[in-house]
Design a protein around this ligand. Sequence first.
Ligand code: KIV
Ligand code: ZN
Length: 395
Amino acid sequence: MSKKRIHIFDTTLRDGEQSPGAKLNTDQKVELAKQLEKLGVDVIEAGFPISSPGDFKSVEKVASTVKNCIVCGLTRALKRDIDCAYEAIKHAKYPRIHTGIGASDIHIKYKFNSTREKILKRAVNAVKYAKKYVDDVEFYAEDAGRADKQFLVLMITEAIKAGATVVNIPDTTGYCLPEDWGVKIKYLFENVPNIHKARVSVHCHNDLGLATANTIQGIMNGAQQVEVTINGIGERAGNTSLEEVVMAIHTYANSLPFYTQVNTLEIYKTSRMVSEIMGIPVQPNKAIVGGNAFAHSSGIHQDGVIKRRENYEIIDPKVIGLDTSKIVLTARSGRAALKHRLNNLGVDLTKNKLDIFYKEFLNFADLKKEVNDDDLKVLIGFNNDHTLINKISSL
Ligand code: KIV
Ligand code: ZN
């Protein structure tokens, strides 16, 4: 099976930074950009240069620091935005300007108080203007998810004619269902006559919790680039999460004809860096990088994982840079998990002694959410100097 490379456009530093409370200073953006480069993303969208002098400086610094990825700055379809973005990215080894405008009738009427014809002209002029500065111009058709598909075909055709190298099809409001989204992307491939002159990108938001599903539908219907953020942060309910898309492609490596150049071993570290620097905790049940993503707490699951990890895990945590899965002891845990954790502390009980100790453990566990190693040591009878006192023999 010949595989198609899926380009990873990371917008953690732009759309991700639009999350309330996520604001980064220049040093923080540079530190995260270096980690994204290490992670192996293809494009770093470093910010929206005209939005503030601070963001201009951050994009400029990221552009002059990063050497192995394209560095991109966002603009509206306005000359002053494009001038400013170019000034910020001009020292990048691989500079890209990302410009665009609303494509849905809702945006055209209520955001721009304009008409399709006028908006189309602005789109074309913006791409042509950005092209004077850089070869690599990405065009976004904002709110494409709710846009009329024939108008979208026209807008994308004209943007490519004007010189766009990448066309970004965003589901800005996270409105689309996976099947409909896939049909929309396929429709573009079948109806935009010059579509093969540009790379098609999908940019999905998570308002219905469908961003990853939609992004996968996008690539299954021809898109070659995905726009994602670490931990899925972003406007409102966030963007498609990088780790989910990359690990879905990785997990289905034998049946899906795609690959990415992401170094999966860097995923967990990147997730935690973004969380700490932005001050946004990762929800415990977050797919791939949540604190519970590789934790097992019920007896049946623990027994299964201890017998063989694959019984309850589809991903080896080592692949994302985590040492091991976690066996969490709670009142729902079984003897297998208790024995496993005692063994890790160097304690090996006979079957009878384990049965007796298990009852004591359950009484304690009913009083607490989680039994940690320190609790276990006290229960089993470790001394302060960590030598085992004679409790076990009295069981
Ligand atoms: O969601 C969106 O439409 C965007 C564009 C600015 C690309 O973030
Ligand atoms: Zn967005």
